[in-house]
Design a protein around this ligand. Structure first.
Ligand SMILES: NC(=O)c1ccc[n+]([C@@H]2O[C@H](COP(=O)([O-])OP(=O)(O)OC[C@H]3O[C@@H](n4cnc5c(N)ncnc54)[C@H](O)[C@@H]3O)[C@@H](O)[C@H]2O)c1
Length: 450
């Protein structure tokens, strides 16, 4: 427990002595987050989240710290834990505790036990509002409420086993709403809704246009290439880069890799997206075809085992493989281990060398976890400004509508999306036109033709 002023702040962070470096990083990010700052200033006055206990399972980065400050300014009693074992910025986590008085449970490189112990801490906080990036927190709550304790990690199970049936049900019943940050999380939550087990309202923040159009595309695009360069120092120009998945993230990664001179190949399973990639000027191939020629492979599909044994077996000596999708399931790393005669971990930071029985060497970056957060600093603040503004405003909206939201996945209200976009444009000094009365009437009528 760290002491902040008179308050005691629960935490499990790497080293509180890192706090000053973290504060500088948080303040630097804040300079590029004017929309979130404006929301924080209003929240400070209006306290729309007063009385709310909140648990957020997010990547603990400088940008997230600014969201956390905003939620706290709104009156929330907030606890933050990591949504990925490798994405925490330890100095930021320390500063959140020491300077901002926010309970934080996350350590970069934490093992599975620590990861779930931290999720258990978020559950023990008995939240009224939750926020997830990948739905690990909500899915643990749902498993507990359903009494399916064998499906939760032992670190969560031990605690949940001590709760009465009524307390397990109350854990979910007390939640006013949950916000979800990423595509993979929304997919999991929709699957829960379909199976009739989603026992709380969820706001799909990922699906806001001001989120995925920009964060998934430009944020993931830039930071994924950044992570690869930091991990390897290789020249991108002239290499064949294979991007698996041409969704919002894949489009950004392909665009930025091409911008740096790569010869980009896209693989897809959706005919529409494949067609889009082809018409955007990329080569489209199957992964089996691309495996033999690619120099650098990047998965961003949100799907499992996209690159498997039969693909590794075809790869060139020196090929590099990484993932920027949410979970580390896109690369079948067990297959790779089986094909290898030896594995040399950490031949440099974030690079593991697999020497295959056929003599070729393949390099896996960031252990197959999202490379932009493992080896780089995640999305730039300017883009997270919009995503987190949508998070903060969706939280406010769901608290205002407490008790009246159905137990399903809700869209972010259109007015939130439009407000965030308009304010972002304003902070960028960009003005746009407004409809004249004549144009408005024209767009609303069907009577005028050729
Ligand atoms: N690294 C980050 O910081 C970051 C940021 C945002 C989202 N994400 C994650 O990235 C992943 C993708 O997100 P998105 O918003 O682009 O999703 P999306 O649904 O827009 O795109 C995914 C694409 O992958 C394709 N796909 C599925 N299986 C495939 C396969 N076997 N081979 C080739 N293509 C396949 C789909 O057809 C789809 O076009 C998700 O896991 C999401 O949570 C990561």
């Amino acid at each position: 427990m760290a002491s902040v002023g008179t308050a005691s702040v629960g935490n499990d962070v790497k080293d509180l002595a890192l706090a000053e470096a973290g504060r500088k990083r948080i303040e630097w990010a804040e300079r590029d987050m004017p929309v979130l700052r404006a929301i924080r200033e209003r929240f400070e006055k209006e306290k729309p989240l007063k009385g709310m206990r909140m648990s957020a399972c997010l990547h603990v980065t400088a940008e997230t710290a600014n969201l956390a400050r905003t939620l706290k300014a709104g009156g929330a009693d907030l606890l933050l834990c990591a949504s990925n074992p490798l994405s925490t910025q330890d100095d930021v986590a320390a500063s959140l505790v020491a300077h901002y008085g926010i309970s934080t449970y996350s350590i970069k490189g934490e093992d599975e036990h620590s990861y779930y112990r931290h999720i258990a801490a978020a559950l023990k906080h008995a939240p009224n509002v939750t926020m997830d990036d990948g739905a690990d927190l909500v899915s643990a709550m749902i498993f507990i409420a359903l009494g399916r304790l064998n499906d939760v990690h032992p670190e969560v199970r031990t605690w949940a086993a001590g709760l009465s049936t009524a307390d397990r049900a109350a854990l979910v019943a007390n939640v006013v709403a949950s916000m979800e940050e990423t595509t993979t999380g929304v997919i999991r939550l929709r699957a829960m809704e379909k199976d009739g087990v989603l026992k709380l309202p969820v706001i799909a923040v990922n699906d806001a246009q001001t989120k995925h159009f920009f964060d998934n595309r430009y944020g993931t695009g830039q930071s994924t290439v950044d992570g690869i360069i930091r991990a390897t120092d290789v020249l991108i120009a002239g290499r064949q880069v294979v991007v698996c998945g041409y969704g919002w993230c894949g489009k950004g990664v392909a665009l930025r890799a091409r911008g740096m001179g790569a010869n980009v190949v896209v693989t897809e399973v959706s005919p529409i997206r494949a067609l889009e990639a082809a018409m955007d000027g990329f080569q489209v191939k199957t992964i089996a075809e691309a495996a033999a020629t690619g120099d650098l492979f990047i998965t961003v599909t949100g799907n499992i085992h996209v690159i498997r044994a039969e693909h590794y077996a075809l790869m060139k000596d020196g090929a590099m493989i990484c993932n920027s999708g949410h979970f580390n399931v896109e690369l079948a790393l067990d297959d790779l281990s089986k094909l290898a005669s030896s594995v040399n971990k950490n031949i440099r930071e974030f690079v593991d060398e697999y020497v295959l029985k056929n003599g070729r060497r393949l390099y896996v970056l960031g252990e197959g976890r999202l490379i932009n957060l493992a080896a780089a600093h995640g999305h730039p603040a300017s883009v997270m400004d919009m995503s987190f503004a949508a998070q903060a405003l969706s939280t406010e909206w769901s608290v205002k509508n407490k008790g009246s939201l159905e137990h399903k996945v809700h869209q972010v209200p259109k007015e939130v999306d439009e407000f965030v976009a308009a304010l972002k444009l304003q902070t960028m000094g960009v003005a746009i036109d407004t409809l004249t009365a004549e144009q408005k009437k024209y767009l609303e009528s069907w009577e005028m033709g050729t």
